[in-house]
Design a protein around this ligand. Structure first.
Ligand SMILES: Nc1ccnc(=O)[nH]1
Length: 197
C-alpha cells in the first residue's frame, strides 16, 4: 500500500527545502539536482542540499547532501538505516554507489534518468551507465540486497482517482518550476568549467 502522506511529505520537502537551495545554486552556475534525508519514524527533515559542481564536479546533489550529513555532529544525525533518502532526480551511477556505501536501504526520486536526458538536457547519467557499465535505460537493479528504490511518479500513477489527480497536479507545478531552473542552467552553462556540463 502506498503511503500517500509520505508522498505529500516528500513533495513538500522538494518544494520548500530543496527548490529554494537549488534556485540559489543554479544562480551560481550549478545544476538543478537536489537531495534530502528524512527520519523514517516521523518524516522530519535531517537536511536538504543541492548540487555544487562549481566547487567540485563530484558534488552532485546527492553526494553533496551526504557530505554535509557527515559534517553534522553525530548526535544530530540519524542512523542511515532509520532514514529515507530523497533525490529530485534518479541518482546517477556515482550517487547510486554513494547511497549504497552510506548504508541507506531505500531512496525515492521524482524525475527519471530519461527525464534528465529529455526534459533537462543532461544525458550523462544514461550515457555513463551505457558507456561504463553497458547498461540500457532501466538496466540497473532497482531493488537489490542493499536497497529498494521508488519512483514517486510511478507510485502516483498507480493510485486511484482523485488522489492520483491531485498528486499529478502537484507534480505538474513542481515540474514547471524545474523547467524554469533548467532554462536558467542551460542559459549559463557555456560559462562554467564543469567537465560534464
Ligand atoms: N544526476 C545528476 C547528474 C549530475 N549532477 C547531479 O547532481 N545529479
Amino acid at each position: 500500500m502506498t503511503d500517500i502522506s509520505l508522498i505529500d511529505r516528500l513533495l513538500d520537502v522538494i518544494e520548500h527545502d530543496i527548490v529554494p537551495k537549488t534556485a540559489e545554486g543554479v544562480a551560481h552556475g550549478n545544476k538543478l539536482f537536489g537531495a534530502a534525508i528524512l527520519r523514517k519514524d516521523n518524516h522530519s527533515l535531517v537536511l536538504a542540499e543541492t548540487n555544487n559542481e562549481m566547487e567540485n564536479p563530484l558534488w552532485h546533489g546527492e553526494v553533496h547532501c551526504l557530505m554535509r550529513f557527515y559534517e553534522m555532529p553525530r548526535a544530530e544525525r540519524v542512523d542511515t538505516k532509520d532514514a529515507i533518502f530523497l533525490a529530485t532526480h534518479e541518482p546517477c551511477s556515482l550517487c547510486l554507489s554513494a547511497i549504497t556505501w552510506a548504508g541507506f536501504d531505500n531512496f525515492y526520486y521524482l524525475f527519471s534518468h530519461e527525464d534528465s536526458r529529455d526534459s533537462f538536457a543532461i544525458p550523462h547519467d544514461l550515457k555513463i551507465l551505457k558507456e561504463v557499465f553497458t547498461l540500457d535505460p532501466g538496466g540497473y537493479n532497482a531493488e537489490n540486497a542493499y536497497w529498494k528504490s521508488f519512483s514517486i511518479r510511478r507510485l502516483v500513477r498507480a493510485l486511484a482517482g482523485a488522489e492520483r489527480q491531485r498528486l499529478e497536479e502537484r507534480i505538474g507545478k513542481i515540474s514547471a518550476r524545474y523547467d524554469e531552473l533548467s532554462g536558467d542552467y542551460q542559459a549559463s552553462k557555456a560559462e562554467n568549467d564543469i567537465p560534464l556540463n
